[in-house]
Write a protein that binds this ligand. Sequence first.
Ligand SMILES: Nc1nc2c(ncn2[C@@H]2O[C@H](COP(=O)(O)OP(=O)(O)OP(=O)(O)O)[C@@H](O)[C@H]2O)c(=O)[nH]1
Ligand SMILES: [Zn+2]
Length: 203
Amino acid sequence: MVDGAATDGVAAIRPYDHDGVRRAVRDLLTAVGDDPDRDGLAGTPDRVARAYAEMFAGLAVDPAEELDAVFDLGHGEMVLVRDIPLYSMCEHHLLPFHGVAHVGYIPDGAGRVTGLSKLARLVEGYARRPQVQERLTSQVADALVRRLQPVGAIVVVEAEHLCMSMRGVHKPGSRTITSAVRGQMRNTATRAEAMSLILGHRG
Ligand SMILES: Nc1nc2c(ncn2[C@@H]2O[C@H](COP(=O)(O)OP(=O)(O)OP(=O)(O)O)[C@@H](O)[C@H]2O)c(=O)[nH]1
Ligand SMILES: [Zn+2]
């Protein structure tokens, strides 16, 4: 199977198991050498299980369904939402990566657009899974293409990976930038316009 089976639709292969996560966290605390029964850790397994339910909620949904809210505005020009805050979990270390996503598209010939908030919900849905940044970026772009059949789409993600900051290579502040560009957004002038909108606010 190709790496990243969680490409389309619902990615979970079984329902979220709160008790299973709780037990695993208790075992983890024991394995790292702490005492899961000491006062400070007594509620931790349950707390982490609740936190993970939220952080991995994107496994149980098809994020692309967010785009079903479509309006016939007859708007054939670029729509771009910039600086969508993003929190995800690197699937290699189960540590967060966080930053912003910029999502833009040029509607189809009929000018059908989706709700602006749905672009942010789309990012959130794919972010709430064990992820790598490249897959997250292309999943958002491909969902736009599948659901809206836009003339073009662009997704740019900028993120800091805590696995590169707090451990390992120890490079806090380094940011990884990934892009996925589809359809006519690949045209030099159109892509340049999108990038200037994305970068334009920076001094
Ligand atoms: N391409 C890509 N790599 C990632 C992402 N998140 C983490 N990584 C990288 O995944 C790699 C895993 O490398 P390994 O050598 O298997 O693991 P490691 O020994 O913990 O690597 P170091 O982080 O270099 O200490 C590291 O280079 C990480 O920087 C991501 O979203 N995309
Ligand atoms: Zn990592």
